[in-house]
Design a protein around this ligand. Structure first.
Ligand SMILES: Nc1nc2c(c(=O)[nH]1)N[C@H]1C(S)=C(S)[C@@H](COP(=O)(O)O)O[C@H]1N2
Ligand SMILES: [Mo]
Length: 296
């Protein structure tokens, strides 16, 4: 599969962008190193301030990246780290993607908002690594592991299955919620049935580009509103939100909704994914506020 990483803008990337990007990368690496260092492990509160200073500095350099897509991608990388340290500092820095219709921020029924969440009208972009650029014709989804027929399907084959549209709220563990997202795609259940999942399969590891994964139990994957989606609000899914194809798991925090999804691997035990290995909850139900794994 060809996965190229390119800026949005066909114009050549500004040399200034490169300078800002490498400075940001260096600051984020320093922040990570500092946070992982043994003294920081013993006293995370003391580490917080110097790490935040580095991340703040990195954040200040974002304005130096002219290409909007590249800028949001780097903002997302910084945001994810800040969210671990100080959620209040995060909200003002999340840059919503351009050209996406605004979502409601007031609701008649406040019981639609899970505990600890606030509403956002824009659609923040959040992911680790650089967003890949994948042509619709290059999309391949592998369904493998404990299945009777291992499958590799392309987007055309997925679109030939019965299409479903659902309207669902989206809740990110970094505390923003976006209401009334209209997703169009196919039910994961239909794809699982084609692959003929073996009885022993209890969980799945879902992987997305460039190097992301999460775990879900099979029962959740088979829910009516769990989709492999290619459209949002009636338009092709924007690239930075996981286009051409992403997983959508509305009943879980956003980190389970893998963007640029390329593999569903059925397994017979629960295997933590990217964020779960870093302390996020294995289930991640926003209504139960399952943000983090219980401390062991
Ligand atoms: N491939 C991939 N998918 C991903 C992520 C990621 O880092 N890589 N981040 C997750 C997280 S933490 C969230 S909240 C949502 C954000 O989706 P959005 O950028 O469309 O708002 O994508 C999820 N899917
Ligand atoms: Mo998230």
């Amino acid at each position: 599969m060809s996965v190229q990483q390119q800026p949005d803008d066909p114009a050549p990337q500004q040399p200034d962008d490169d300078a800002a990007i490498s400075e940001i990368r260096a600051l984020v690496t320093r922040a990570d190193d500092l946070y992982k260092a043994a003294p920081a492990r013993r006293d995370p509160d003391a580490a917080r301030e110097p790490v935040m200073r580095l991340l703040d500095e990195a954040r200040g350099l974002l304005a130096g990246i002219a290409d909007g897509h590249t800028r949001r991608s780097h903002a997302a990388v910084i945001a994810q780290r800040i969210s671990d340290l100080d959620l209040d500092a995060l909200a003002p820095m999340l840059e919503p993607s351009a050209d996406v219709a605004r979502a409601p921020t007031s609701v008649a029924d406040p019981s639609r908002i899970p505990p600890g969440q606030h509403l956002t009208a824009g659609w923040p972009v959040l992911h680790v690594g650089a967003a890949p650029e994948i042509e619709p014709g290059d999309v391949r989804l592998i369904v493998t592991g404990r299945v009777r027929s291992r499958m590799v399907v392309d987007l055309e084959a997925l679109r030939a299955l019965p299409t479903t549209t659902v309207t669902r709220d989206f809740h990110c563990v970094t505390r923003w919620s976006r209401l009334d997202n209209i997703w169009t795609g196919v039910r994961v259940r239909d794809v699982l049935d084609l692959a003929d999942v073996r009885d022993r399969a209890t969980h799945a590891i879902i992987s997305g580009h460039p190097a992301y994964s999460t775990n879900l139990d099979v029962e959740e994957l088979r829910a009516d509103d769990c989709l492999l989606a290619w459209a949002h609000d009636g338009r092709d899914l924007p690239r930075e939100h996981g286009g051409p194809l992403r997983l959508v798991v509305p009943s879980r925090y956003g980190w389970k909704s893998v963007k640029w999804v390329f593999e569903i691997r059925l397994v017979d035990r629960d295997v933590p994914g990217y964020w779960e290995e870093r302390g996020y909850h294995d289930v991640g139900d926003p209504w139960r506020e399952e943000r983090f794994r219980e401390q062991v």
